[in-house]
Design a protein around this ligand. Structure first.
Ligand code: APR
Ligand code: PHB
Length: 403
């Protein structure tokens, strides 16, 4: 538990690790640290309902599933999540299957929404007496170069200074943690894509058994699912398009057109419960550390969702970080802390490449270049025809053991 001492106007507290952000990265980190007997405080700007309702992607690699099991938060995931043994690639109006277990020595993926993971992590952390604070405001990071960095914030009408041994910046791409590092210390890598995804959640049984990635002349489409009665579907659209231009009828018509194949199959429609447009980008910042501040998850890197890697990378980062911090408390050794950024970035860059590659192969680019289109089709045909090429996609998708 964090020590607390009132000091007149404001309040002064101490914890071992101050964590900014209650997304998958921040929450998982607080669990992993607790397993080592290390206390932490998680500071989240939004309220609990908002964080638990935010619809995001939903593909978990085996390593992510294993970690949720290890911290004892896997029970509902195994009950309600769906184990998948492959994906479908559609192009030229023809479906092709990529068989994961056959290509990767038996490995699979789990479909379970990110917000369900977040719900489970919050419930388990609070049940264990963990300190997760919602609706904090004005979070500021100070003295990150010292042995006692400070997180200042406002909560329940009080200004609080939280002194920490370490700060973990797990506050996503738009958070404040990365901004606390002097620009001169960081190298940023960017790629913007000339398209976004329009995503819907629909109350209808999925029309396909597996996640289906579709390449067409009209752009990319993706069919995914959350449960036997909930479908998740996406369309490539202009990133600046307004969702108001997409009444439900237009969305279903476009999905029917893009997903059509030459055999007996059809898409079943249902009520749309949620819809929104998200821009796509790739982003990495190096190093993922400055002094006693460590960045993890979307605070340090973003991938386009085509490779389904965002949440898995966030979880992989904090697994490395928790071990490094625990090693420091156990032995006083800085080795793990010093290696954190380079170790995490090896996996980050592999996922960057895979996500960029999937994105480039499956989307129509604005310039409508016929040469580019032939390259995409050739790559798709090669990927489904060659066991070596299919295995490369499969091993990246299920998550590489070694990077
Ligand atoms: N103070 C406190 N909390 C903040 C602040 C702030 N200034 N800024 C942002 N946050 C919170 C956000 O409200 C959010 O709940 O930090 C959390 C960051 O969570 P995520 O965005 O889910 O990021 P992360 O935990 O790294 O998980 C990455 O999320 O965006 C998806 O596709 C991405 O699946 C990937 C995953
Ligand atoms: C999803 O189910 O939301 C999903 C699946 C695969 C992706 C992206 C999102 O690549």
């Amino acid at each position: 538990m964090a020590a607390f001492a009132a000091d007149g106007n404001g309040s002064d507290m101490h914890t071992q690790v101050g964590i900014v952000g209650a997304g998958p990265a921040g929450l998982m980190l607080s669990h992993l640290l607790a397993r080592h007997g290390i206390d932490s405080v998680v500071l989240e700007a939004r309220d609990r309902d908002y964080v638990e309702a935010r619809v995001r992607a939903g593909v978990l690699e085996q390593g992510t599933v294993d970690l949720l099991d290890e911290i004892g938060s896997g029970e509902r995931m195994h009950r309600e999540g769906l184990v998948h043994e492959g994906i479908e690639l559609r192009f030229d109006r023809t479906p092709h299957r990529i068989d994961f277990p056959a290509l990767t020595g038996g490995r699979t993926i789990m479909l379970y929404g990110q917000q369900e993971v977040v719900k489970d992590l919050i419930a388990a952390r609070l049940a264990a007496g963990g300190d997760v604070r919602f609706e904090v405001s004005d979070v500021r990071l100070d003295k990150i170069d010292s042995a006692e960095p400070v997180l200042s914030f406002r909560h329940d009408g009080r200004d609080i200074d939280l002194r920490c041994d370490f700060i973990a910046g797990c506050d996503g791409f738009h958070g404040v943690s990365r901004e606390a590092i002097p620009r001169s210390e960081l190298t940023e890598y960017h790629r913007e894509y000339p398209f976004g995804w329009l995503g819907i959640l629909a109350a209808v049984a999925p029309s396909a058994d597996e996640v289906t990635y579709t390449y067409t002349d009209r752009g990319f489409a993706l069919m995914s699912l959350r449960s036997p009665t909930l479908s998740r579907l996406y369309l490539q659209v202009d990133p600046n398009d307004d969702i108001a231009n997409w009444p439900d009828r237009r969305i279903w018509d476009e999905l029917h057109t893009r997903l059509a194949i030459d055999s007996d199959w059809s898409l079943t429609e249902g009520p749309i419960l949620e819809k929104g447009i998200t821009a796509m980008r790739s982003f990495v910042v190096e190093p993922m550390r400055c002094g006693r501040l460590f960045l993890a998850g979307d605070a340090a890197h973003i991938v386009p969702p085509t490779g389904a890697k965002g949440m898995n990378l966030a979880i992989a980062d904090v697994a490395v970080l928790a071990d490094a911090i625990a090693h420091w408390y156990d032995s006083g050794s800085e080795t793990g802390l010093d290696e954190y950024s380079a170790t995490a970035l090896r996996r980050v860059w592999r996922a960057q490449h895979f996500s960029w590659w999937m994105t480039s192969m499956l989307h129509r680019f604005g310039d409508d270049d016929p040469y580019q289109r032939q390259l995409q089709l050739s790559q798709l045909r090669y990927t489904v025809a060659s066991p070596a090429a299919a295995a490369s996609l499969a091993e990246n998708y299920v998550g590489l053991l070694k990077v």
